[in-house]
Every structure is written in C-alpha cells, then in structure tokens.
Design a protein around this ligand. Sequence first.
Ligand code: 0O2
Length: 201
Amino acid sequence: MNWEAVLAPYAQAVEELKIKLKGIRKQFEYESKHSPIEFITGRVKPIPSILEKAEERSIPLDRVEKLPDIAGVRVVCPFVDDIYAIVRMIRSREDLTVAEEKDYVSHKKASGYRSYHMIIEYPVETIHGVKMVLAEIQIRTLAMNFWATNEHSLNYKYKGKIPSDVQLRLQRAAEAAFKLDEEMSAIKNEVQEAKRIFHRK
Ligand code: 0O2
C-alpha cells in the first residue's frame, strides 16, 4: 500500500480546512467582534491508528476511506454557545457537505467526554479530478479540550484501561470543567468587554 499517495488528499483537506476556519477567526477580528474561535488544530491520523481502527471496525484496507476521521480538524472555542455558532456556520457552508453530527456537548459520553463532532464530505482537487474525502471536525471549549487531551494521554498510558481511582478523578474533573464552562458563560459579556478593552490598549 502506497500510504503517502493514499493519505495525500487527507493531508490536503486538513490544510485547506484549517486555512478556511482560521479565515473565520480573522474575519471576526477585522470586524472587532468576539471571535467564537480560540484556536484550530488539525492532523492526519497516524498509520498505526488507522490500521487499528480499520481492524476494530472490520474495514478492509482497500476501503480505508470509509473511516470518517483520517482527516481531523479541531476547533477550540472560548464559550459553550460559540460551539453552536460554529456548527451553524459549518452547516451553511457551500464548500462541504455535513454527513453526520454527534452532539457530545449536550450528551456527554460515559467517560465524561464532551465535544461536538461533525463528519463532513469535502472535495479535494487532485491532478486526476475531484476526490471526495471524509473529515471529522471536533468543536469544543477550552475547558473540554483540557479535559479531553489529558484523558487521551492517560488512555494512551494505560492502553485504554485507566485504573478506577484515576477514572473517578477524571469524572470529577469532567464535572469541574462543565461547571467552569457554565460559570464562564454566565459572565461571558463581562469577559468579552474586558478583552475588547485589553485589545484597544
Ligand atoms: P484520536 O487519537 O483522537 O484520533 P464511538 O464508537 O461512537 O464511541 P467513534 O465512532 O469512533 O466512537 O467516533 P466518535 O465518538 O465520534 O469519536 C472519534 C474521536 O473523538 C476519537 O478519535 C477521539 O478523538 C474523540 N473521542 C471520542 N470519545 C472520546 C473520549 O472518551 N475521550 C477522548 N479524550 N476523546 C474521545 P480516536 O480515533 O479515538 O482517537
């Protein structure tokens, strides 16, 4: 399997989506409005993770493009309602099609994970014509991202079997992150005004 050739359109999709989403953030900045985007990251799933997920889902390697998250982009927002603003913006775009949405913000996973997932179909121009690729956009707050990145590292460390005492701490941390988002949302206007004053200086 020529992985470089297989993954090239996904790498292209990640770069293009990052540029386009950063464009949204810049536009809000020009218009001196509150930006619903704090930062954006993206990655192409590493080959060992692709192989693992394909095996878990019994997807043969010649149909690996069925995996929805080979191309992944993450949008990190300051406040919870910014997540839904981004979701609406993505739904209304004409350069992609939304294939699936999972609202783990309102319905957290058993692990305590919160994030909004959108699987999109995205056209990549190749020298052989347009190739449609699937990509996953994860949209979450800073607090949700803090929790998820730490939990992801622990999952990696413990190979998916986090000890129960650590799991309990993670559940509590998830609740604390949720509370933090709630409290920050309650003073959102104050925070935004403070940011505007700070940027004018
Ligand atoms: P990586 O390393 O980030 O690529 P499901 O079968 O519904 O439970 P599914 O169908 O794989 O899960 O898709 P889902 O739920 O949309 O999750 C896909 C990605 O979301 C994961 O990719 C993670 O990035 C993130 N995610 C989902 N659940 C959790 C969680 O409990 N904790 C953390 N930290 N991240 C989560 P990968 O391929 O697992 O990992």
